[in-house]
Design a binder for this molecule. Structure first.
Ligand code: NDP
Length: 433
């Protein structure tokens, strides 16, 4: 903590992981301590920070902060998204890069961990302003990335439009047409099913966890927070599998539709108009919009936090449990506070942490890289099937590690341990670097 002041999210993420790893460390005490494995594991290999100047529509120069955290390259080139949101700072990106390292390891694909972004807020900006920002951001970032070194992707505030502008600028500066970014448009190297991948993957692993514990998704009532990329496609897959999503949200408030969310209305608001979730009630007058936090007070069987970090606290967890919620799978990164996570684990509900549950996005990004290298495109079904296989496998790894270390059903410990084992093996084999 003293070495990384002012980075509470990073401390939180590290603490949760180290708590789980105690079991592994104790079992490998001499080997790990001597090699300084943990000290190296929690320190990013490199943090790059830079100035991003751009011109707004009034002709004024604006300046934002840009970052890339290259956390760990033991098992492959750095890979992880870019986040554009006013809350972005170095500590948040370090937490995300740290989590990403374990997540990428769990996918079984050769990808190291990284994360980047800016405190730029795309909300309310014109297309031209977003393009100007992206071009300036890439004018600095390009020198630190490449298809074999570091491959960024999207995250909060960075969707298809932003990836397109970033890619265009990279190509213009370097002259290279290569798979340096994932989440690209389908006309220039993007993969089918990447847009859906995180949300679909979340439901594939949720389903696996339910099946493994003698339960099923069909007929259940589900809450999904957020209304962005992950939330929308998680909702789509939940509905395809016969369960009912009754609520979604954004940072202003939440909607409750007892008849089940009409996803075409949400997609129109969020993907086409870039509007607010409250507009849902204009199209569906029987639904109710409530300003502020509070989505977790709605009774449900299953909760899927898909918005952002620390959006579900200890009180929310207690309310969910009191209302009979028996499963939580995290679409977002670290949406549950430490207190909430501990409560879910203690009460032994079915709880799948983000680094396992939302790994489908980066896994499909890995598949996009493979297609770019092969100069081929696979069909939607092919990619979706591979994604499904990867999520089933991640569940098996987390469940197996939890069993091996005597905490069966604790998928928090299982995911942390399974992700860690591969990275640490590779780090030790590569010497003191
Ligand atoms: P989007 O930008 O598409 O959507 C984010 C959603 O979360 C929006 O509804 C947004 O509401 C809401 N939100 C963001 N910040 C806050 C906040 N501070 N308080 C309340 N609500 C907030 O992002 P994604 O759907 O891509 O990402 C959501 C989460 O999933 C993030 O944690 C991300 O790291 C994680 N993730 C995403 C992956 C992907 O492939 N996209 C892969 C793996 C993880 P508003 O519009 O009001 O800001």
């Amino acid at each position: 903590v003293a070495q990384n002041p002012g980075e509470p999210e990073f401390h939180q993420a590290v603490k949760e992981v180290l708590d789980s790893l105690k079991l592994v460390i104790d079992a490998n005490e001499d080997k790990y301590r001597k090699a300084g494995v943990l000290e190296r594991f929690v320190e990013p290999e490199r943090v790059i920070s830079f100035r991003v100047p751009w011109v707004d529509d009034n002709g004024n120069v604006q300046v934002n902060k840009g970052y890339r955290v290259q956390f760990n390259s033991a098992i492959g080139p750095y890979k992880g998204g870019l986040r554009f949101h006013p809350s972005v700072n170095q500590g948040i990106l370090k937490f995300l890069g740290f989590e990403q390292t374990l997540k990428n390891s769990l996918t079984g694909l050769p990808m190291g961990g990284g994360k980047g972004g800016s405190n730029f807020d795309p909300k309310g900006k014109s297309d031209r302003e977003v393009m100007a920002f992206c071009q300036s951001f890439m004018t600095e970032l390009y020198r630190h990335i490449g298809k074999d070194t570091d491959i960024p992707a999207g995250d909060i505030g960075v969707g298809g439009r932003e990836v397109g502008y970033l890619y265009g600028q990279y190509k213009r500066i370097t002259g290279l047409y290569e798979g340096v970014l994932t989440g690209k448009g389908l006309t220039f190297g993007g993969s089918l099913a990447r847009t859906q991948a995180t949300g679909y993957g979340l439901i594939y692993i949720l389903n696996e966890m339910l099946k493994h514990n003698g339960k099923e998704l069909a007929g259940k009532t589900v809450l999904v927070s957020g209304s962005g990329n992950v939330a929308i496609y998680a909702t789509e897959k939940v509905q395809q599998l016969g369960a009912k999503v009754v609520a979604m949200s954004d940072s202003n408030g939440y909607i409750y539709d007892k008849d089940g969310i009409k996803l075409d209305v949400v997609k129109e608001i969020k993907e086409v108009k870039r509007g607010r979730i409250k507009e849902y009630v204009d199209a569906v007058p029987t639904a109710v919009y409530t300003e502020g936090k509070g989505i977790w007070t709605i009774p449900c069987d299953i909760a899927l936090p898909c918005a952002t970090q620390n959006e579900l606290n200890g009180e929310d967890a207690k309310t969910l449990l009191a209302n009979g919620c028996f499963a939580v799978a995290e679409g977002a990164n670290m949406p549950s506070t430490l207190e909430a996570t501990e409560l879910f684990v203690e009460k032994k509900i079915l709880f799948m942490p983000g680094k396992a549950a939302n790994a489908g996005g980066v896994a499909t990004s890995g598949l996009e890289q493979s297609q770019n290298s092969l100069r081929m495109s696979w069909s939607f079904e092919e990619v979706d099937e591979k994604l499904h296989g990867i999520m089933v496998n991640i569940f098996a790894k987390a469940a197996d590690a939890a069993e091996r270390y005597g905490v069966p059903g604790n998928y928090v410990a299982g995911a942390n341990i399974a992700g860690f084992e591969k990275v640490v093996e590779a780090m030790m084999a590569q010497g003191i670097v």
